[in-house]
Design a protein around this ligand. Sequence first.
Ligand code: GRF
Length: 198
Amino acid sequence: MLASGRGSNLEAILQAAQRNELCGQVVLVISDREKAPALDRARQHGIPAVFVNPRDYSCREEHDAAVMKLLRRQSVELVVLAGYMRILSAAFVNAFPERIMNIHPALLPAFPGKDGVGDALAYGVKVAGCTVHFVDQELDAGPIILQEAVPIIQQDTAETLQARVQAVEHRIYPRAIDLYCRGKLKVEGRRCHIVQNE
Ligand code: GRF
């Protein structure tokens, strides 16, 4: 898993794994921020957690190459982005086709980018939500795996809305990962189907 921040999604995924609700195993957490709480959370669960400092590399491609090397060493099958605040280079995305997942705090394709919750609130939509999707070359644009709506209420601030969106994220992200690990996701063009009976 790659994470830059708080790591609440990472925590939800690790807890789902502990409850045996994930058919896969988290083997490594990498962060581009030394002090990311996500690294501590991983260590508390006994998962190897590594800081790869972007300043040690001259460009995005080199930093990504270092991250990829660590992932390959662990024979990682699926790369899970959980609040990873860096755009992946083309080489990274190409190295893991339909094997990188991201969660975005908006109902894509609405409100891509850094502040999905704030943008939805500012626009005045009545329904916010979150999206788990595969990562492709475009930002926040790959095939959608799971998506769930969260109604916006009159009194919402960015904080209250974000809290409700995150509660849903913590439920659907582990589910999406589990579906992947059980071979239940089939991508055809832009559409990602959940295979029902196999
Ligand atoms: C989540 O809201 C996710 O949608 C976005 O980044 C945030 C990460 O939060 N991509 P956390 O670090 O998992 O708490």
